[in-house]
Design a protein around this ligand. Structure first.
Ligand SMILES: [Zn+2]
Length: 108
């Protein structure tokens, strides 16, 4: 694994862990202690955190088509709604227009 790829996976893992940690702490502090408005604040904070994570991931990732090898970027919306797997995402290639499991890699 290249240093760029290690840094990419390290940052992605760190962002996920921070978001999950804030979700747990926020659920205890906001939902339990500030009932009933704490739930709405917690949902807004989690939605904002998820939005920032997906936006960061879309801006810092690119995908390789499983059929033609084309490397392309996707929008934050496509990043959010596409089906994930351990090896990549199920996407439609903009060059060959075929659906495949596209391998994720860090953007340059
Ligand atoms: Zn393709």
């Amino acid at each position: 694994m290249t240093p760029d790829k290690q840094d990419y996976h390290r940052k992605l893992t760190l962002y996920l862990v921070v978001l999950l940690f804030l979700a747990m702490i926020g659920s205890i502090l906001l939902i339990e202690l500030a009932h009933p408005f704490g739930l709405y604040i917690w949902i807004a904070l989690m939605a904002g955190g998820l939005y920032l994570l997906v936006r960061w991931h879309a801006a810092n990732s690119r995908y390789e088509c499983g059929h033609c090898g084309n490397v392309f970027k996707i929008s934050a919306r496509a990043d959010f709604i596409s089906i994930h797997s351990m090896s990549g995402k199920r996407l439609i290639c903009p060059r060959c227009h075929r659906r495949s499991c596209c391998r994720a890699m860090p953007a340059e």
